[in-house]
Write a protein that binds this ligand. Structure first.
Ligand code: FPP
Length: 246
């Protein structure tokens, strides 16, 4: 729910009329942050989780409709088992520990991706958070878990082929969009990637068609609310033409 007044947003350097409806973030750089601080990678991931609260809170307070976070990709299974265990532990802790506050703030949580591959404890923490917040009318918080855009597209194509065979009708663009995980969400406006990497890494490839891309050198655990505001202010300065002319 929007809690910040237009005056407050203006004070923060943001134009209340040009707020993005849907922001996605590739939260990269936890490992490098840990290295920089002479700490274990697990400490970097914990610092990354700690950064979430402020970013989610601001999104909700600023009236952003949807925030889609890349927490675990279909390629992240390549990491050592010990690191996977740390990430799974953090996911369980996060969903069980934050659920009350998220629910109080009317946040609606949804996982996007193939959840079935996760251990039961991770799955039930996520599903419990989804079930508890399903009816909430505030920020739509989508957590990409075992998500990959290529798999998402393939999955949609397979489902559409099946229904085309049954109905004899070819799918429309709207049918295709409805078959993606992001069905029903506003169009993606802003995609942020931290840590200086300049690629999409199989994230929201279809949805990013007209999103503004924002890359920053800042490592995810250092991505504060003011860094987020800087990204949104930059988004507001972009001239979006969607293929047309001014
Ligand atoms: C990238 O840093 C980060 C990840 C692969 C995991 C992102 C996950 C979190 C921030 C925590 C879990 C999320 C939730 C919703 C509880 P990296 O390890 O690739 O960093 P590096 O490139 O510097 O090594």
């Amino acid at each position: 729910m929007k809690k910040l007044s237009d005056e407050r947003l203006l004070e923060l350097g943001l134009n209340p009329k040009l707020m993005p409806a849907h922001v996605a973030i590739i939260m990269d750089g936890n490992g490098r942050w840990a290295k920089k601080h002479g700490a274990l990678r697990s400490i970097g991931h914990r610092a990354g989780v700690n950064r979430l609260r402020e970013i989610i809170r601001f999104s909700s307070d600023a009236g952003i409709s949807a925030l889609t976070l890349y927490a675990f990709s279909t390629e992240n299974w390549k990491r050592p088992d010990s690191e996977l265990a740390v990430l799974f532990g953090l996911l369980i802790e996060y969903f069980n520990g934050e659920i009350d506050e998220l629910d109080e703030n009317e946040v609606c949580i949804r996982a996007i991706g193939e959840l079935s591959a996760f251990p039961d404890e991770v799955r039930s923490a996520v599903e419990n958070a989804e079930a508890r917040t399903r009816r909430n009318k505030g920020l739509k918080l989508n957590i990409a878990l075992n998500y990959g855009a290529q798999l998402e597209i393939l999955r949609a194509v397979r489902a559409l082929c099946k229904s085309a065979i049954e109905s004899g009708e070819l799918p429309t663009q709207a049918d295709f969009e409805n078959a993606l995980y992001t069905a029903g969400l506003p169009e993606l406006d802003l995609l942020i990637r931290t840590s200086g990497e300049m690629r999409l890494s199989n994230y929201l490839l279809y949805q990013a068609a007209y999103a503004e891309l924002y890359f920053t050198e800042v490592l995810w655990p250092d991505f504060t609310k003011s860094e987020y505001i800087r990204a949104i202010a930059e988004f507001q300065r972009r001239n979006r033409r969607f293929g047309g002319v001014e």
